[in-house]
Design a protein around this ligand. Structure first.
Ligand SMILES: NC(=O)c1ccc[n+]([C@@H]2O[C@H](COP(=O)([O-])OP(=O)(O)OC[C@H]3O[C@@H](n4cnc5c(N)ncnc54)[C@H](O)[C@@H]3O)[C@@H](O)[C@H]2O)c1
Length: 257
């Protein structure tokens, strides 16, 4: 087994989620010490106890990504506990679905509060304390590129994440900090299952909707959280020392179809 993150301290924000928990697991396998930070203490603590047997060290970090103060406290606590901070991953989103016709003012703002502003607050807080050689990996979405008729807030907020990551990469290079993006397509999580159930109906059963969607993926399957996590490991590691401002699509080739 390779151990590409030995000696690194990582914050995985949204670490209790389907993809975030898998990133925590892979980081531990690679030898990092991991702070699994999330708004949901109960689910994050489940992840921490499930992963406690994997090599390395994992602990819970309290975070409301919409709050700059919460980010400042998380970054400062992490450095106080471990002596340094090397990696930030942002793997959270929040906000309702809706279209240009029906998303409310509050819904629009909720989409940006965590999904977009939360990433900015996180990069600002962590870049102030991160040592040279550090890496940030923000999780975007292919919806940021193609748009999403019934998810205008989410797709727009993710487009902002792409732009802010490139801006941060340009600025933080002088500090020796790299900033990159992983952009997933359809990934198997409970959120995908609930989307498939919501789409079922006129379009057929949830399983029929799934098969239709899989038919549009050149690699012929829905992605797994580990597919995303492996891409994040690469970009967070020193193997990507000459990579910054990049976006790695993990979408089974959908955007080439
Ligand atoms: N699952 C997919 O198909 C897919 C596709 C493209 C992109 N993504 C992106 O991948 C990332 C992870 O998604 P997921 O599928 O694991 O979702 P998920 O819902 O399983 O996890 C999201 C996590 O974010 C946390 N969170 C929400 N608001 C927060 C806040 N204000 N502060 C701190 N934590 C907060 C939640 O508690 C949850 O644990 C997200 O950025 C998502 O947009 C997912």
């Amino acid at each position: 087994m390779t151990v590409r993150l030995v000696g690194k301290v990582a914050i995985v924000a949204g670490g209790a989620g389907g993809i975030g928990a898998e990133i925590c697991r892979r980081f531990l396998e690679e030898g990092a010490r991991v702070v699994c930070a999330d708004k949901s203490r109960s689910r994050a603590e489940e992840v921490v106890s499930r992963l406690a047997g994997v090599d390395g060290a994992v602990s819970f970090g309290e975070l409301d990504a919409t709050s700059p103060e919460s980010w400042n406290a998380l970054a400062a606590d992490t450095v106080a506990r471990f002596g340094h901070l090397d990696i930030l991953v942002t793997a959270f989103y929040s906000g309702p679905a809706g279209s240009v016709a029906d998303l409310s003012d509050a819904g629009w703002q909720a989409c940006f509060a965590a999904t977009s502003s939360g990433v900015f607050f996180g990069m600002r807080a962590c870049s102030a304390l991160m040592r040279a050689g550090g890496a940030m990996v923000n999780i975007a979405s292919t919806m940021a590129h193609g748009g999403a008729a019934d998810n205008i807030g989410y797709s727009s907020a993710k487009a902002a994440v792409i732009a802010m990551s490139r801006s941060a990469a340009a600025k933080l290079a002088a500090q020796g900090i790299r900033v990159n993006l992983v952009t997933p397509g359809m990934i198997q999580t409970w959120a995908l299952d609930s989307t498939l159930r919501a789409l079922a109906g006129a379009a057929g059963s949830a399983e029929q909707v799934r098969q239709t969607l899989v038919g549009n993926v050149p690699l012929g399957r829905i992605g797994q959280p580990v597919d995303v996590a492996n891409a994040v490991v690469y970009l967070a590691s020193d193997e990507a020392a000459y990579v910054t401002g990049a976006e790695l699509l993990v979408d089974g080739g959908t955007r080439t179809a």
